[in-house]
Design a protein around this ligand. Structure first.
Ligand SMILES: Nc1nc2c(c(=O)[nH]1)N[C@H]1C(S)=C(S)[C@@H](COP(=O)(O)O)O[C@H]1N2
Ligand SMILES: [Mo]
Length: 521
């Protein structure tokens, strides 16, 4: 064992660096053990995602915007990496404190673990053992920090001498290295265990969906314009944008899934997975868009959904006359407030179980989600839905409306140029300009294209599946050499022109025309 220093420890920078290293290694160990424990026993309660989830819920409204604008659908990974870096930095600091005063740094690790545990047990989907991974992480980090700091050689100058003290230093570095390595390996192992043995993905893979009893429209062969670079008419599941607040995708076993319809209703209704499968299901292609989609952005997609009309379900519950809103809630506590009228009129608002011929992918709401034509996702498209509360707008608020977003969220008329890509170069002559345009529930009647400040030209529309889906459009441009701007705008089925004025996504969706710049040689 090492002896105590005679001179003040902070006078020796090599010792301080070692202490910081000890702190980082200890925190890595804690996070690794916490992650592995969570993966094995309490999947929803992994320390880093739990802290990240709380940050998402507590973040000011502009923060979500910034994250999505900076990282797109990679916003979650960016957040996790940010938290990891912050934790390691705190670990380094705590290591130095621990080195100056025994247990002061360890106390920081314990406090962090305890804080994460408190967050974990207060999450909506927290189970009985939700606190365990974080407490374990805190205790492991604290113990490791205490132990490693005690192994820091007392006299840093001794490291240059090839004697016993040098061995002590090497032993410290080995111990710190092993601690960090165990942390990294358990963290990676934990992530792999989670990805590999997910019972729910196995259940999903074995599921056979029932056939639709009715179909809104069948997309005929050859309906897709199939232009290279143009978004396909139906977005493949793997390419469908994903936006939600869930850092760990909820794992819901259909056998345990139940939907409760209650609130301002004459009759409370409960629906199990088997109940749902036995009902006459409807299939409809519906375009879904995120309110955070920028002009020209990719947070929009079109899928063929299979589900039970929510209107029928509400008809069974019989909403009271005073009701004007349905607050849907997911298993992880997200809520959306949908105008009751949008769920009871004749549009294909679905309690969906299928997406493009497959059970919903886990990230898109397995086993059951909502899809409502014409409304942005944040006010309608609740994934992992477990509850519909019939209520009133003046009585209840939803997740994003609580954070400054508009109470009602009708999707705005938008169009996008997919090809040519911005900043691409083409040869002079005929160039195919193509894209998509959408105004779900109203429909698109026309798209126009403009080169630079030339007169607007009518584009040709692709197959118009229904008013609820986007349309592809194309136009052939006789391109002349030089730099050019290509702009598009859509006209909806009521004859309204897409709004020219540029407005940001908050609080109720962006407006403006999409322009790409191209070079013709
Ligand atoms: N449970 C849950 N459902 C949710 C969300 C969420 O954060 N949690 N986000 C909503 C938002 S903002 C959008 S745009 C859509 C996106 O659905 P997708 O990920 O399947 O494209 O889901 C909606 N449903
Ligand atoms: Mo969204």
């Amino acid at each position: 064992m090492t002896t105590r220093a005679a001179q003040p420890r902070h006078a020796r920078p090599a010792g301080r660096a070692s202490a910081a290293l000890a702190g980082v290694a200890a925190v890595l160990l804690g996070i690794g053990l916490g992650t592995l424990t969570a993966a094995l026993f309490v999947p929803a309660s992994s320390p880093l995602p739990v802290v990240g989830g709380a940050m998402i819920d507590l973040a000011p409204p502009w923060a979500k915007d910034t994250m999505i604008a900076l990282f797109g659908t990679g916003d979650k990974l960016a957040l996790i990496i940010g938290i990891l870096v912050a934790m390691l930095a705190l670990g380094a600091l705590a290591g130095v404190w621990e080195w100056r005063r025994a247990w002061s740094g360890a106390a920081v690790a314990l406090a962090l673990g305890a804080a994460a545990a408190i967050v974990a047990i207060t999450r909506e989907d927290a189970g009985m053992w939700a606190w365990l991974p974080s407490v374990l992480a805190g205790v492991a980090a604290a113990m490791a920090m205490r132990m490693l700091v005690r192994w820091i050689p007392v006299d840093a100058a001794a490291t240059v001498r090839a004697d016993g003290t040098a061995t002590t230093r090497r032993r410290f570095l080995t111990l710190a290295g092993v601690t960090a390595a165990v942390g990294i390996l358990t963290a990676v192992g934990g992530s792999m265990v989670r990805a590999g043995s997910q019972a729910v993905s196995t259940i999903r893979a074995a599921l056979k969906l029932p056939a639709a009893a009715s179909t809104a429209v069948t997309i005929p062969d050859g309906a897709d314009l199939e232009i290279p670079g143009l978004s396909p008419l139906v977005t493949p599941n793997a390419d469908f944008y994903r936006i939600d607040t869930a850092l760990v995708v909820p794992n819901l076993d259909p056998a345990e899934w139940e939907l409760r319809v209650h609130g301002l209703v004459e009759q409370e209704v409960r629906l199990t997975w088997n109940d749902l499968l036995a009902l006459p299901l409807r299939e409809a292609p519906v375009t879904l868009s995120c309110v955070s989609n920028q002009v020209g952005g990719g947070l929009v997609g079109n899928a063929v959904w299979l589900g039970y009309p929510i209107r029928e379900l509400l008809a069974r519950a019989r909403p009271l006359a005073e009701a004007d809103m349905v607050l849907s809630r997911s298993s992880d506590g997200f809520t959306a407030s949908t105008p009751l009228g949008a769920l009871t009129d004749d549009r294909d608002a679905l309690l969906a179980i299928g997406m493009n011929g497959e059970p919903l992918p886990l990230a898109h709401g397995f086993p059951v989600r909502m899809v409502v034509p014409g409304l942005y996702g944040y006010v309608s498209a609740t994934k992992w839905v477990v509850e519909l509360e019939v209520t009133r707008f003046d009585r209840d608020r939803a997740y994003w409306t609580d954070r400054g977003w508009s109470e009602k969220g009708p999707i705005k008329l938008q169009s996008r140029v997919d090809v040519p890509r911005s900043q691409s170069t083409w040869a002079a002559g005929p160039v195919t300009v193509a894209g998509v345009a959408w105004m779900p529930h109203t429909g698109v009647s026309g798209v126009q294209v403009q080169i630079d400040d030339d007169p607007w030209q009518d584009a040709e529309l692709g197959w118009d599946a229904s008013t609820d889906t986007w349309v592809q459009w194309r136009w052939t441009w006789d391109a002349t050499p030089g730099p050019h701007r290509v702009t598009c705008r859509a006209i909806d089925a009521d004859g309204n022109m897409q709004v020219f004025e540029r407005r940001p996504v908050a609080p109720d969706g962006a407006t403006g025309w999409h322009t790409v710049t191209v070079d013709i040689t």
